[in-house]
Design a protein around this ligand. Structure first.
Ligand code: DGT
Ligand code: CA
Ligand code: CA
Ligand code: ZN
Length: 571
């Protein structure tokens, strides 16, 4: 659904008009339409295709034209022109949490703040606290959110980078001069964000491979080109480094360029202790300089007296010590998941039907799925289902279950945790659902005590099985809530509440360090893709990657069990 995008566009226009000091009723018209469209039950694209945009309250002839243009071309000429007329960079400043158009306008008029750089300067020089209506708290919040934006830097989401890298890997594999191809670096370790793509190849003809690499369609710029190495910038903005290596040291190079840097440093120290030398060229005898190992990673680890260590945990987090004692746990595998425990359909804010989601999940090899559309009485933004619609959906799920063999469809629901920690749906209705997910969707900035109280009250409800996307963070967009996670874990254990590892590309929530704490606290986890369309169902692998980075085993994740055993693990 493009409802959200259209609403955002209209809101951006309203902000620009406000800064331009346009007539207030024109500004309000855009804001009102944005609100209506955001809360619309129907898909705005459907409404547009049926020629019924003008039937939407607040949408007249002029707005109909603009919305149509945007839906048709993905752009709006009027908005582009407007942006050029306004001296401040709204798209940049509008992203600073808590900065509305009024404040932005004030900052522009009083301090000539036009962009993020100006804003940071003004805040650091403590010029903002003296402006009437703003003050010290606003200044502090501005600095905090600039800091957050900076800490995220130019890093790409794991899911995005992985898609790009795997396409490149496929292209390179097909080139006849290429023997082995492997993606190294943070991508192989499945870190949640990726700085650049590192590709490692073996070939008898490095020059030809380098030449082929720099001429791929996806290459925007060649940054460096040598006999065995090259760096390029891809059209998506990401950098990719390629190295062509001889077979006999491929493992050592892979080990080195997979990292992490900290992991490598500890390995090198171990080598020195054993009178050896470790580098990207192999494991050597220090005295004689004889190559002792290099062809495979296993062989290199073995020479150092270690068991093989999975890339996802090569972070110097105790893995080397355990590998030395042969006590590494067996991590959950990429084929261990039997079902997906969070997805949305057209009933709430998804794009596909129950049947379509079930068929696509079956194709991925799942034995079961849980449909978890938003349910609730007052939380209407996501088109939540009330009691009546839940019953209607149950009938449809029963029908699909009858028609479709080889996959079981459960009916769940994602219910909003209200401001006071109560749930947005009556207990007797929640009770009818097979699995209840509870989640926070507002009040992310609540102080720690309040956030904890809300989540704990939700966990104490006997109907709540899983807390979905527990920290609420959106990678590179919104920081996690401030919570006392140990207290949450203790309560989860007591109440037998499962914590979700949300596998959608921008969430990965719980994240790796949370998973690791949950595993230690013996709290069970679930993996859910939170898919809003069939294309997103494949993201379950990102959830497994995150679980692996947190050292989770198969038994720690409830949806590695059969549907019967999984349901038994719930409250
Ligand atoms: P990224 O690209 O920022 O997401 O993170 P990585 O880990 O992919 O880092 P990158 O691309 O700079 O380097 C790839 C790997 O090469 C890294 O994980 C470990 C290794 N490496 C790079 N520089 C050094 C270094 O100075 N010392 C050691 N020991 N290893 C290094
Ligand atoms: Ca990298
Ligand atoms: Ca690199
Ligand atoms: Zn949610």
């Amino acid at each position: 659904m493009k409802n959200h995008e259209v609403a955002e566009l209209l809101r951006n226009i309203a902000q620009l008009l406000e800064i331009k000091n346009e007539l207030i009723f024109r500004i309000r018209a855009y804001e009102k339409a944005a609100l209506v469209i955001e809360n619309l039950d129907e898909d705005i694209e459907d409404v547009w295709k049926q020629g019924k945009l003008e039937d939407i309250p607040g949408v007249g002839e002029a707005l109909t034209k603009k919305i149509s243009e945007f839906l048709e071309t993905g752009k709006l000429e009027y908005y582009e022109k407007l942006k050029k007329q306004v001296p401040v960079n709204m798209e940049e400043l509008g992203k600073v949490a808590g900065l509305g158009p009024k404040t932005i306008m004030k900052l522009y008029k009083e301090l000539n703040v036009k962009n993020l750089k100006d804003l940071e300067k003004a805040a650091k020089q403590k010029k903002i606290e003296n402006i009437e209506g703003l003050g010290e708290t606003v200044e502090e919040n501005i600095l905090k959110s600039i800091e957050f934006a900076k800490s995220t830097g130019n890093r790409f989401l794991l899911g995005t980078a992985l898609d790009i890298a795997e396409d490149i890997k496929d292209i390179l594999k097909k080139f006849k001069e290429v023997n082995n191809v492997e993606i190294g670096g943070s991508l192989r370790r499945r870190k949640e964000t990726i700085g650049d793509i590192d590709i490692l190849i073996t070939s008898k003809n490095p020059a030809k491979v380098i030449d082929f690499f720099t001429k791929m369609d996806d290459v925007e710029d060649v940054l460096a080109k040598g006999p065995t190495k090259s760096s390029v910038r891809l059209k998506e903005g990401l950098q990719a480094d390629l190295r062509v290596l001889p077979e006999k040291i491929y493992g050592a190079a892979l080990l080195y360029f997979t990292g992490s840097k900290q992991h490598n440093i500890v390995l090198r120290k171990i080598a020195i202790k054993k009178r050896m030398k470790l580098s990207e060229y192999g494991v050597f005898n220090k005295k004689t300089n004889k190559l002792l190992a290099g062809k495979t990673e296993e062989e290199c680890y073995k020479k150092l007296g270690l068991r093989y260590i999975e890339p996802e945990i090569r972070e110097d987090g105790g893995e080397i010590e355990l590998a030395m004692k042969n006590k590494l746990p067996k991590l959950i595998g990429y084929n261990d998941l039997k079902g997906d425990l969070q997805m949305h359909t057209k009933y709430s804010d998804g794009n596909n039907t129950i049947m379509e989601m079930a068929l696509a999940s079956k194709k991925l090899g799942h034995e079961y799925i849980c449909i978890t559309d938003h349910v609730g009485e007052t939380f209407k933004i996501t088109n939540s289902l009330n009691e009546k619609r839940i019953k209607k959906q149950r009938i449809e799920i029963n029908m699909v279950n009858k028609k479709l063999k080889g996959i079981v469809i459960l009916q769940g629901g994602e219910v909003n945790i209200r401001d006071n920690g109560s749930l947005d749906l009556k207990d007797n209705v929640l009770k009818e659902l097979d699995i209840v997910l509870a989640a926070i969707h507002s009040g992310f900035k609540n102080p720690k005590e309040k956030i904890n109280k809300r989540i704990i009250r939700a966990m104490e409800n006997p109907n709540v099985d899983i807390i979905a996307h527990p920290s609420g963070r959106l990678i590179n967009q919104r920081p996690a809530i401030e919570w006392d996670f140990d207290e949450i874990l203790e309560k989860a254990r007591q109440t037998k509440t499962v914590l979700e590892v949300n596998a959608s590309q921008e969430r990965l929530d719980l994240k790796d360090v949370h998973v690791s704490a949950a595993v230690k606290a013996k709290v069970k986890l679930s993996i859910g893709t939170d898919s809003h369309e069939t294309d997103q169902l494949r993201n379950y692998k990102l959830g497994i990657a995150t679980a692996r980075r947190g050292w989770a085993a198969k038994k720690d994740v409830i949806n590695t069990y059969s549907v019967k055993d999984m349901l038994k693990l719930l409250k």
